[in-house]
Design a protein around this ligand. Structure first.
Ligand SMILES: Nc1ncnc2c1ncn2[C@@H]1O[C@H](COP(=O)(O)OP(=O)(O)OP(=O)(O)O)[C@@H](O)[C@H]1O
Ligand SMILES: [Mg+2]
Length: 243
């Protein structure tokens, strides 16, 4: 479960405070699939960064699986994240000096689950349609291919919580649907709690829950069609296998 309590973020900009996130109260149940939508600059990436403990809030706190992230040291947070949290960044954050395969291996090696790591990394790349691109460096991949490497990397540890910032933003419609189906499958089969930022309203609508941000505030929080047994991303019920 993820809990944001009174969460706020203020940046100093030209000597003046700029409040980009205000008093956000949200609870994400374990195994839920939520979409976050809102105009550019409304605070979506900021919110995800705070929920994942990548960034420190100016106000409030974040509880992840009952652990107060805001009370942890940087080392504790890093360890907790390595074991529990996957993150797909809007800007991918691939390491330029590593091949596609090596990028996917990074989190596997961080947690010491290196056993069969190369095999798992290869299988993950295959699953995102990049079999045969294992040895390519990020500079030798297209934008959409980089995005899929980032997704494979986020899946590597089978995290209990996965944050994805515009995971389909650089993909054509069909590849985007494939990636969405993978996210959905991970949510359904592994019970991964998924929070996804997307500008794709069709995609957002398929989530169980759609949270709208505007000007740093939650302005709407409603059920998506994934909550009532309608088709999920891959045409199956998104609540299958859960009570
Ligand atoms: N490090 C920073 N310093 C100052 N302002 C920042 C910083 N990071 C983000 N902001 C501002 O915070 C606001 C929210 O940014 P954020 O990246 O969360 O928006 P977003 O909703 O993800 O937008 P997009 O859809 O374009 O990705 C923006 O107005 C941005 O300019
Ligand atoms: Mg963003």
């Amino acid at each position: 479960m993820i809990k944001a309590q009174g969460l706020g973020k203020t940046y100093m900009s030209g000597g003046l405070p700029l409040e980009v996130l205000k008093d956000v109260e949200l609870t994400f149940e374990s195994g839920s699939l939520s979409a976050v939508v809102g105009p550019s600059g409304s605070g979506k990436t900021t919110l995800l960064g705070l929920l994942a403990g990548l960034d420190a809030p100016s106000a409030g706190r974040v509880l992840l699986e009952d652990q107060d992230l805001t009370a942890m040291s940087e080392d504790e947070k890093a360890r907790f994240r390595a074991e529990n949290v996957g993150f797909v960044f809007q800007t991918f954050h691939l390491l330029a000096s590593l091949t596609a395969l090596e990028n996917v291996l990074v989190p596997l090696e961080l947690t010491g689950r290196a056993k069969k790591a190369a095999d798992s990394a290869r299988a993950l790349l295959e699953r995102v349609g990049l079999g045969g691109r294992e040895g390519h460096y990020p500079a030798q991949l297209s934008g959409g291919e980089r995005q899929r490497v980032a997704l494979a990397r986020a899946f590597a540890n089978q995290p209990r919580i996965l944050f994805a910032d515009e995971p389909t933003g650089n993909l054509d419609h069909e590849t985007g649907l494939g990636v969405a189906a993978m996210l959905e499958q991970m949510n359904r089969e592994s019970g991964t709690t998924l929070v996804m930022v997307t500008h794709d309203l069709e995609l957002a609508e398929r989530a169980e829950r759609v949270i709208s941000l505007s000007g740093g505030r939650v302005v709407a929080d409603r059920a998506g069609s994934g909550s009532n047994g309608a088709s999920g991303f891959d045409g199956r019920r998104s609540d299958e296998g859960r009570s």
